[in-house]
Design a protein around this ligand. Structure first.
Ligand SMILES: [Zn+2]
Ligand SMILES: [Zn+2]
Length: 457
């Protein structure tokens, strides 16, 4: 009897626990679905205006550090979504803040600059713009990196999340970041008080258009996903003279040829094969005529890496190799090759694994597991990662937003022919499915992160 009573009590307890669990589980997933259908409805409602804005931005790109009108559009739209907006933060940076009670602070970033590329897509809203760059030179301009998509998604997200205000608490910081293509904007916004004049975020999230994923899909890559970049200028000096009397000269063209082959050994012989590293000599200019040995040759390099150690080692090696070249050539110290490195910072994007896990859950719940792909890291660079490299550090996560038509994607898969990449004059993202997917996923990610509530001290 006693045993019987105990066991039926146990059964009842188990049943009750199970019922409560089922209730919360179904209630929770019902609430999740409910929020997503609200987000989807707002996205559909806001889209026509956003597409107009997108096409306007696409036809009117502005170059790094010159994004005056683009920034004004971002500021105007954020104000309309209910954000308190400050302009001219670290250049043409825009910061919109929306406070809605106690809770997490989430930063969402869109970069806003175009590239000096002449658009060749033939789209009806293609850019024909010729604009001034920050050195006052006329340049063709194009949103060849999809930053116009990023702006449209962020503004759509601002509209959607502010319309759901009665369902979350916390603070939003939405930023339009200038000069990404020069990897300057993030740092300048930080120096201009992004985290002191405005609320300091618990998380930073962002997306980037992908030229290799179909529209409707998104991709994610935990940990290192984009590389450090350093641009390097090297001037190789010589002692010029007649091409027929080489023994009376120090030929900088021959020295440059040595230099280029030696630079290859930084990756192949000095860096662990398990550590990504790229040293590319992208430009070499020297000499004027067949029979003249010139006084100098100029080279331009790009360096890529993930770890700070590899980045530093590559820079140090370049300094050593160039110095050694000067010694071997018998040049005076004043004529040793001059090496100029554009910045002392590493920009590698490290997607915080825990934050990435959370964001991926939101992405899957927004557009379905089958539309969320894990993708490999790339050696392209982005300065978004800078927003996390502060003390104490802030978790950051950037995911990829597919923009390619499924048809073109399938064709490229079957033929092996490459699709136009980011920065290509032919890059033509599909606006509607890309922007809608961006808004649905970004809004859900922001909403879920806000749902974590006040941070435990
Ligand atoms: Zn770019
Ligand atoms: Zn970009």
């Amino acid at each position: 009897m006693i045993i019987g009573t105990n066991s039926s009590l146990l059964h009842m307890k188990q049943y009750l626990f199970f019922a409560i669990f089922i209730f919360f589980f179904t209630h929770h997933s019902f609430a999740q679905k409910e929020v997503q259908s609200q987000i989807n409805a707002i996205t559909e409602k806001e889209y026509p205006r956003l597409e107009e804005l997108y096409k306007h931005l696409h036809a009117n790109p502005e170059l790094s550090n010159m994004e005056k009108n683009t920034a004004a559009s971002v500021a105007k739209e954020l104000r309309e979504a209910g954000f308190v907006v400050t302009e001219n933060v670290g250049g043409y940076g825009v910061v919109g803040v929306l406070k809605n009670g106690e809770g997490r602070t989430i930063l969402v970033r869109a970069d806003i600059d175009g590239l000096p590329v002449k658009e060749e897509t033939g789209l009806p809203y293609a850019s024909k713009a010729i604009v001034k760059d920050d050195k006052n030179t006329d340049q063709p301009a194009m949103h060849a990196c999809g930053h116009d998509i990023h702006i449209s998604v962020m503004l759509g997200t601002a509209k959607a999340i502010s319309q759901l205000k009665n369902q979350w608490k916390g603070t939003l910081v939405f930023i339009g970041q200038p000069a990404e293509e020069k990897v300057q904007g993030a740092e300048r916004m930080l120096k201009d008080g992004l985290y002191t004049r405005f609320p300091r975020p618990d998380y930073c999230i962002s997306l980037h258009a992908s030229a290799s994923l179909p529209a409707g899909k998104v991709g994610y890559c935990p940990e290192y996903s984009m590389a450090n970049v350093n641009s390097v200028n090297i001037t190789v000096y010589g002692e010029g003279g007649h091409g027929a009397y080489p023994h009376t000269t120090k030929d900088p063209i021959v020295l440059s040829a040595y230099l280029i082959t030696q630079l290859q050994t930084i990756v192949s012989r000095q860096t662990s094969p398990l550590e990504p590293c790229v040293v590319t000599v992208g430009s070499i200019h020297g000499g004027s005529k067949h029979n003249i040995i010139s006084n100098e040759v100029k080279l331009q390099l790009t360096l890529r890496s993930y770890s700070e150690k590899v980045r530093q080692n590559t820079i140090e090696s370049i300094k050593k190799i160039t110095r050694g070249l000067g010694i071997a050539a018998g040049l005076p110290e004043s004529k040793f090759p001059k090496v100029e490195i554009d910045n002392e910072n590493g920009y590698a994007l490290y997607n915080h694994p825990e934050l990435t896990d959370k964001v991926v859950k939101s992405l899957k719940s927004a557009i379905g597991e089958q539309n969320v792909e894990k993708v490999p890291p790339v050696m392209a660079a982005e300065d978004f990662g800078e927003l996390g490299k502060v003390n104490p550090s802030i978790p950051v996560c950037m995911y990829w937003l597919g923009t390619v038509s499924q048809e073109k994607y399938d064709e490229s898969q079957s033929t092996g022919l490459q699709m136009p990449s980011l920065h290509s004059s032919l890059f033509a993202p599909l606006p509607e499915p890309s922007i809608k997917t961006g808004i649905k996923t970004m809004t859900k990610a922001v909403f879920d992160l806000l749902g974590e509530g006040v941070k435990k001290k």
